[in-house]
Write a protein that binds this ligand. Structure first.
Ligand SMILES: [Ca+2]
Ligand SMILES: [Ca+2]
Length: 454
């Protein structure tokens, strides 16, 4: 038993994939321009589609449940229902934050709103930030909630490039607001929501530890990946990509412009961005996963130990799925992407748009299929919970072994019915450290590395 567990753990940790080893599994079809895909605390994918629908999609069956359809969304060109993020403590605060464009007369405007999720529907819409100028192009609007419980919002320049440098304009910025719509007292330009400036059209944002990363569309050159820092200037429209022409260098010195950590000419149209921290796909650990519209591929940017420098760039599924707009990483390291072939610039194929799971062909999960298994946080604390989507009714036992394979403790949850389950884990008496966690489901065993803290 001990040897088996160790072997499984090593197999898990050692998984590496080459591009040709990646396999694609269509989760669902028939969508129209999925703009945001999130992994929800209920184990479903939460999705916005640009014409105005919000839905939950089951990652295994593809079942779609509409939770709202926004009737005042204005979709033209790049505008419409855009970014979404869920409250980090969704069980107690079931709030869904959404960005969309609408029309006031002939004027296109953008707003950030908050819904409450109850009874499998979104209700009680509250406006947090309103009347951000929009346009048929460059509407930004990727959302991110930071650990300090503030909301970051990317905005585009709405096709007026000079606005990106104007501190009186909300366009071409990263904005930061509190989750109730008020402005944080420690914003750099109080009482403005502006957090950083000089952006053209950022449509990807993610973070890991204390670093916020963003992707940004360039014009006909210099798409960018930036590290977003408080109060800093990112150069647009004077500076494109690096500070490497005489005009740019002068502006960069005067304004202390932050250069990107990656730039692309010719452009790839970079969009959704996610940080990959998991060991499930070892080769991608400590990388940024970036999906591209024009280049129609997943770009994996491996970072160095400071996480501020790109070590390598690899491309996957190039031209296999068409335009890719959204990427989502589940807490157990599964990767989902959304196509954008019905957005007016793509060539829809039968079934488009779709959500596809990218998996290593040599799966690190032992026979028994695509088990969804994760913990609500790591390292575990004394009140942690374990999520398992049971593929069939079975007994459930979680055992922790130390790294020498010696059994330390176990939780026996008895016989459980199939489907999604949460299990409470009291780790009060478990010393902090690294363990090999083995989940026994009947005769099947699944292992992974697990950290326990205090
Ligand atoms: Ca820039
Ligand atoms: Ca440049």
């Amino acid at each position: 038993m001990t040897l088996i567990c160790l072997w499984l753990a090593i197999a898990w940790m050692g998984t590496a994939i080459a591009a040709q080893d990646l396999s694609l599994r269509t989760v669902t079809t028939g969508l129209d321009t999925p703009w945001e895909i999130l992994w929800g605390p209920d184990g479903w994918l939460w999705v916005t589609e640009r014409p105005g629908r919000l839905s939950r999609i089951h990652p295994e069956t593809g079942e779609q449940q509409t939770i709202a359809t926004l009737s005042d969304v204005y979709e033209q060109g790049e505008s419409g229902l855009l970014g979404m993020v869920l409250h980090p403590n969704f069980a107690d605060s079931p709030y869904v934050f959404v960005a969309y464009t609408y029309r006031d007369g002939t004027t296109i405007l953008e707003r950030i709103v908050r819904f409450t999720y109850q009874g499998a529907q979104l209700s009680d819409m509250r406006i947090l930030l309103d009347r951000i100028p929009g346009a048929t192009i460059h509407d930004g609007c990727r959302l991110l909630i930071l650990p300090d419980r503030t909301l970051l919002i990317t905005t585009g320049d709405a096709n007026v490039a000079s606005r990106a440098q104007d501190l009186q304009s909300l366009n071409g910025k990263v904005l930061r607001i509190n989750l109730d719509g008020t402005i944080p007292a420690d914003n750099p330009f109080p009482p403005s929501p502006i957090w950083s400036l000089g952006h053209r059209n950022a449509q990807g944002i993610t973070f890991y530890d204390d670093i916020v990363y963003s992707s940004e569309h360039g014009p006909n050159n210099d798409d960018e990946i930036n590290i977003i820092e408080r109060g800093r200037n990112y150069g647009w429209p004077t500076v494109m990509g690096y500070c490497d022409s005489p005009d740019e260098q002068s502006f960069c010195q005067t304004n202390s412009v932050v250069e990107p950590i990656a730039a692309w000419t010719p452009t790839i149209a970079p969009c959704g961005l996610a940080y990959y921290a998991h060991s499930r796909i070892q080769e991608w650990q400590n990388s940024l996963l970036l999906v591209a519209l024009k280049a129609a591929r997943l770009v994996v940017l491996r970072l160095d130990s400071t996480r501020r420098r790109v070590l390598s760039e690899k491309h996957y599924v190039a031209n296999q799925l068409g335009r890719l707009r959204a990427v989502c990483v589940s807490p157990d390291g599964r990767v989902f992407v959304g196509t954008s072939n019905r957005d007016g610039r793509g060539t829809p194929r039968s079934g488009d748009d779709r959500i596809v799971e990218l998996t290593a062909a040599t799966s690190s999960v032992p026979a028994g299929g695509s088990l969804t298994w994760y913990f609500d946080q790591e390292p575990l604390d004394p009140l942690s919970r374990m999520y398992v989507h049971l593929p069939a009714p079975s007994s459930v036992v979680l055992t922790l072994f130390d790294l020498l394979g010696r059994r330390q403790t176990a939780w026996n949850f008895g016989f459980c019915t199939e489907g999604p389950q949460w299990f409470n884990l009291d780790t009060t008496l478990v010393p902090s450290g690294a363990y090999i966690a083995t989940l026994g489901l009947g005769a099947q065993h699944y292992s992974r590395l697990l950290l326990v803290g205090k």
